[in-house]
Write a protein that binds this ligand. Sequence first.
Ligand code: XIL
Length: 403
Amino acid sequence: MKKQLLMALVCAMLLAGCGSSDSSSDNGSTAATDSVTESVTDSAAESEAPPQEWDSKFVQITDYPSLKDAYAPFFPIGCALSDKVTSSYEYAELAKQQFNSMTAENSMKPENGMDASRGRNLPDKYVDHIPTKFNAAFKRPLEFAKENGIPVRGHTLLWHNQTPEGIFYVNYDKDTGELCDRELMLKRLENYIKDVMEWTNENYPGLIYAWDVVNEAIDDAGGIRKSLWYQTIGEDYIEKAFEYARKYAPEGTKLFYNDYNTYQQRKRSDIIKALKPVVEAGNIDGVGMQSHVGTYVTPSSFADTIKMFHDELGLEVQITELDVECGNGDDWEDKQAEYMGKLMKAVLDLKAEGVPITSFTIWGLTDDMSWKKDNKPLLFNSDLSRKKIFDAMIQAAEDAKNS
Ligand code: XIL
């Protein structure tokens, strides 16, 4: 170990001498090596890295109003950030200027926290304890948030997507077709939630203000989704996930259920039904409305849904993944902006009535990096120029302040 440390130090000194600042590693090097390398490259970056220059392919953003300032009296404004944003000077500058909450778009999902690559025939200690990999990919958004003082929404602990399928099988082996029984799967779930909570709290204390504990558990056709979580544990897996999350979450961390199409009547009543026992147990703080919307979602049905979650469950509400489809026609940008203005007014009116809407997140930075890029659903163009929908969002906050 001593030898390794010495080697790392020598390498790091050599790197510093050469003026290189690119020594990050994705392959899970030891903590000791990481810290030596990081501290040396930090000082190298300070003394020798060239000043960051604005690439002329991006427009200047210095005169932009900021969403986080405009909405300061109401709620934090968040953005889903990918590595493309956190590792680029220009994107990062825009994100820092505009947002005071962030969600990792993919890096903190189960597929990144659970170490599926470890495969089958793991040592006994892993039978009921899914191996984890809190590696550079998982850490990158958290590092960015920490460096820039941006609070994080943790997304997500339990989901049927972006989760290694092997975890549901005995010996982590899907080919056997032998699903874990309830008892084993509950242990795996509890241990995973415990590990994530403990690791994030140890390494980034106080940074994560809310967790999406369970994501998308309601089936579009009604009732609870018959996912592998359901098949192995049974219908109370939602309650159990929240019970464990409450048990291990640091004091004050808000626990959320998150879903899409929440404004559809059947979806929202199924969500309310599923969450009642979780509320009774005192293990949930809020509902996350993803809000991948288009002009077909009326602002009034959107607002009714927020109100209903609050009235019927006594929970707070966060808008967690908003994007707005562009629609057809030459005037799509105007229509998108007009819609956004009305949606924000409906949300801000509720806020003025005292409904606890506690954060509002846009699902990405520029249209070209959206998961729905053909719909041009975000606030900025690829060159960072602001779209009309951005101006409409700012205007809605100004109007609410003046009303
Ligand atoms: C999406 C990401 O934006 C994509 O990059 C990824 O390929 C798939 O997942 N509901 C969620 C989000 O809860 O995690 C999803 O994010 C979008 C739908």
